[in-house]
Design a protein around this ligand. Structure first.
Ligand code: FES
Length: 132
C-alpha cells in the first residue's frame, strides 16, 4: 500500500504519513484525514486551490492532462513538481507532498471554524471530510 507523506507547514506541526489506495487522489487522501488542502471547486479541476508540490514520487504519477496544465497556469508559485491535488492519483509509489501556501490559505477560507479555532488557540484542528 503506497504511503503519502504530507510535510509539516505552518498549520501541520509535524510530517504526517498516511496509507493510501492506488487511484485515490492526493486531495481525497488529505481530505479524509482533515489535512489542509484547499478544494474550492470540489475537485473538478475548476480552480487551483488544491495546488501541491510532489517532492517525491512525482514520476510515478500519470502525466497531467491539458485541463490540469491550463489550471496550473493560473496558480501561484508554480514549480516543476506542481500538481493539482484533485487530479493527481496515487499510483504504486510512495509520495511526499508539500502543500502550497495558496492551498493552505484556501483551506482556511473554506473552513471558517478551523480558522477561528486557530486564531483563538494557535492550534490547527483536523476536520476530516468523507468523500463518496
Ligand atoms: S479542487 Fe479545484 S482544481 Fe482541484
Amino acid at each position: 500500500m503506497p504511503k503519502v507523506k504530507f510535510l509539516k507547514n505552518r498549520l501541520l506541526k509535524e510530517n504526517i504519513e498516511v496509507d493510501a489506495k492506488g487511484g485515490e487522489t492526493v486531495l481525497d487522501v488529505a481530505a479524509e484525514r482533515g489535512i489542509p488542502v484547499g478544494s474550492n471547486c470540489g475537485g473538478v479541476c475548476g480552480c487551483s486551490t488544491c495546488h501541491v508540490y510532489v517532492v517525491k514520487g512525482f514520476d510515478s504519477l500519470e502525466e497531467m492532462g491539458d485541463n490540469e496544465a491550463d489550471r496550473l497556469d493560473l496558480a501561484f508559485d508554480v514549480r516543476l513538481e506542481s500538481r493539482l491535488g484533485c487530479q493527481a492519483e496515487v499510483a504504486d509509489e510512495d509520495l511526499v507532498i508539500n502543500i502550497t501556501e495558496e492551498s493552505l490559505k484556501a483551506y482556511l477560507d473554506e473552513n471558517p471554524q478551523v480558522r477561528k479555532h486557530l486564531e483563538e488557540t494557535g492550534e490547527f484542528k483536523f476536520v476530516p471530510h468523507h468523500h463518496h
